[in-house]
Design a protein around this ligand. Structure first.
Ligand code: DX5
Ligand code: ZN
Length: 227
């Protein structure tokens, strides 16, 4: 089933609880944590996640675009995140970190920047609950979707099928009504959307529309048919 995770990066940071309410019916709320080191932008940290977790029933999907996730990721689980994604480019010990996130009770997820290949991490996949393939360079919302990432999505879906894994495949960056079908067809099943949701007149309606487009594209996809 296609899941849609609105990114609050495109929401009003002074009204986060209301912005969460505006996307009621979403599967997860995507929270972009940036430290101005791993990416050239600065957003929010543990205290905001803690408050947001108390203010909404929608589970939080925290995407850590930060240095030293080995130190920080467990604190986001304690703050109430249901899923924590670290970047493999920043992690000192990705397997240990994934195990720690899971042991603390959250879903463990690993992200790849556009220039990072999936192949070296094939053996790591069973340690994860989700893999995030960035479809823009991380750091900012509203960027154009990188079509050149579609083969990587496809190859990752093939690896998931080959090892028969229960691994969610998330895409993030430039996902909209005009790009989501391509992502779903290639093998993604979790879709982050910032500007496409919060830039819409009715964000909840935008979520429903995206989910429907993804579900239709998935129904005809090679990877979903085989299952
Ligand atoms: C970018 C963030 C994304 C961002 C996506 O680095 O990781 O989650 O909010 O925004 P859109 O959907 O507008 O590309
Ligand atoms: Zn993100």
């Amino acid at each position: 089933m296609a899941q849609i995770n609105p990114s609050i990066l495109s929401a009003d940071f002074a009204r986060l609880a209301e912005e969460a309410e505006a996307v009621r019916g979403s599967d997860w709320l995507h929270v972009d944590v940036m430290d101005n080191h791993f990416v050239p932008n600065l957003t929010l940290g543990v205290p905001v996640v803690e408050s947001l977790a108390r203010s909404t029933d929608i589970p939080l999907d925290c995407h850590l675009m930060i240095e030293d996730p080995d130190r920080w990721a467990p604190q986001f689980v304690e703050a109430g995140a249901g899923s924590v994604t670290f970047h493999v480019e920043a992690a000192a010990a990705p397997v240990r970190l994934a195990r720690e996130i899971r042991a603390k009770g959250a879903r463990a997820s690993m992200a790849l920047k556009p220039g990072t290949p999936i192949e070296p991490y094939e053996d790591l996949l069973p340690e994860l609950d989700m893999l995030l393939i960035m479809t823009v360079e991380p750091g900012f919302g509203g960027q154009a979707f990188l079509d050149i990432m579609l083969p990587k999505i496809r190859r990752t879906r093939e690896l998931i099928a080959k090892h028969d894994l229960e691994l969610w495949l998330q895409v993030d960056g430039g996902v909209s009504a005009s790009t989501i079908e391509r992502c779903a067809e290639a093998g993604a099943d979790v879709f982050v959307a910032g500007s496409a949701v919060y830039g819409a007149e009715d964000p909840a309606e935008a979520v429903r529309n995206l989910r429907e487009l993804a579900a239709k594209a998935t129904a005809d996809a090679w990877w979903a048919c085989e299952h």
